[in-house]
Design a protein around this ligand. Structure first.
Ligand code: SDX
Length: 394
């Protein structure tokens, strides 16, 4: 209670809420999931374990972890009818359009999981199905875009290895991720897993607060993430770096454009509403870029361009005054490129990483006794009352 606005998990009256999931200190560049620093989670944990931590609030015991992984693996299939949905899309369809539509369509095949006010075990069933199937939908969207046969998950593979298998295995060649790629994907997904009340997570909360089902709430979050000011920035960064490379590597020209008030161009991957210091996720990803590309023997010229841009921008008064630093999207695309993920799948990768965070926030909100529908207020600045004017008098 602040005496003026009541903070609660559902933004009942304002755009603010309480939450116990993720802590960010934008000035100091701190990010913790359930109190644990992300650098420690990247070093010691796995994405699957972080999913459990975010959703259930604690790191799992060995028994809890095994049960959780087995349930997620068990739900790795989608209804066979859904395959025809994918082939009905044109090959050029953006995978984010397909993903949001397919996640909402999952609700058609799980009517038993749509009732509002689910019991805890019903919520858990919904959560494990969604965690497992969104990965399948993403891989199938990719396969549709390249005109290849859909590939099913394998029982002996872990969560992310199965995703890479469904993405890149073909009927004539088994894909087996190298250790470097596998670890880098764990780190990338851990870093994307949650970020408190960002645009897409707030969207999930907003939609879920009407007691719409989890499938619908996540589908809405995917749409919000798609925008180039949000998760779509990772695709926009690579397109920007490729444009600079095609323009003779003249990155200073683009930095000048970003500073020009009359030019709508922005340095994609730079700036953040909350971080007024270096985004701690960008620091970790940048370190992994060097390690992964060296270990895979990849020389990617756009990594050099990215580093040059960072060097110049961090010493330029325009960026310093506005506290504009590289954010999570600035280097992530370079790692995805090294993994042979196509650019139009980058934001889908962000969605897969962010899924446990979206789910955790939905669960935290719907479990709150007396949850109320979100209803942000406004200050009216339009016309005062006035009479209707007939057409001939207008
Ligand atoms: C994500 O909220 C989250 O937590 C999001 C996220 C998550 O994990 O969920 O962290 C993920 O979305 C990261 C952000 C990805 N988006 C981009 O990289 C797009 C490029 N960045 C900007 O569009 C911008 O920095 C935002 C959208 C990230 C933040 O926008 P704000 O807080 O509204 O900042 P602003 O637009 O008010 O800018 C403040 C000033 C302006 O200049 P002045 O009007 O004061 O002169 O900074 C300038 C802006 O023009 N500015 C930039 C810039 N970002 C801000 N100028 C050039 N290039 C940029 N990238």
């Amino acid at each position: 209670e602040t005496g003026y606005i009541t903070l609660d998990p559902g933004y009942a009256n304002t755009g603010s809420c309480t939450s116990a999931i993720t802590y960010i200190d934008g000035e100091k560049g701190i990010l913790r999931y359930r109190g644990i620093d992300i650098a420690e989670l990247c070093e010691k944990s796995t994405f699957m374990e972080v999913c459990y931590l975010l959703i259930y609030g604690e790191l799992p015991t060995a028994e809890q972890y095994t049960k959780f992984k087995d349930k997620v693996l068990f739900h790795s299939l989608i209804h066979e009818d859904m395959k025809s949905f994918f082939t009905s899309y044109p090959g050029h369809a953006h995978p984010m359009a397909i993903l949001s539509a397919m996640v909402c369509s999952l609700s058609v095949y799980h009517p038993e999981l749509l009732k509002p006010d689910q019991l805890p075990h019903e919520r858990d069933q919904t959560i494990t199905r969604l965690l497992s199937k969104v990965r399948v939908l993403a891989a199938f969207a990719y396969k549709r875009s390249v005109g290849e046969a859909f590939v099913y998950s394998r029982p002996e593979l872990d969560y992310l290895s199965n995703f890479l298998h469904m993405m890149f295995t073909t009927p004539v060649k088994l894909y087996e991720p190298d250790e470097v790629t596998r670890k880098a994907l764990d780190v990338l997904f851990i870093l994307h897993a949650d970020h408190e009340q960002n645009c897409s997570t707030s969207t999930v909360r907003m939609v879920g607060s009407s007691k719409a089902n989890l499938f619908a709430s996540i589908s809405a979050g995917i749409c919000a993430l798609w925008g180039p000011l949000h998760g779509g920035a990772n695709q926009a960064v690579i397109e920007m770096l490729e444009a600079i490379a095609a323009d003779g590597g003249n990155y200073k020209k683009y930095i000048d454009r970003a500073k020009d008030k009359n030019d709508p161009f922005r340095l994609m991957g730079f700036g953040h509403r909350v971080y007024k210091n270096y985004d701690p996720r960008a620091q970790i990803i940048k370190k992994h870029c060097d390690e992964v590309l060296n270990k895979l023997g990849i020389h990617d010229p756009i990594l050099e361009i990215a580093k040059r841009i960072e060097e110049v921008a961090l010493t330029d008064p325009y960026f310093i005054e506005r506290k504009l630093y590289p954010n999570v999207d600035f280097y992530s695309g370079i790692l995805y490129r090294a993994m042979k993920i196509p650019t139009n799948m980058f934001t889908v990768m962000f969605a897969l990483g962010r899924l446990p965070g979206w789910i955790a926030h939905w669960k935290e909100m719907v479990e709150e006794p007396g949850m109320r529908i979100a209803r942000p207020r406004q200050i009216y600045i339009g016309e005062q009352q006035r009479p209707y004017k007939p057409m001939h008098e207008r």
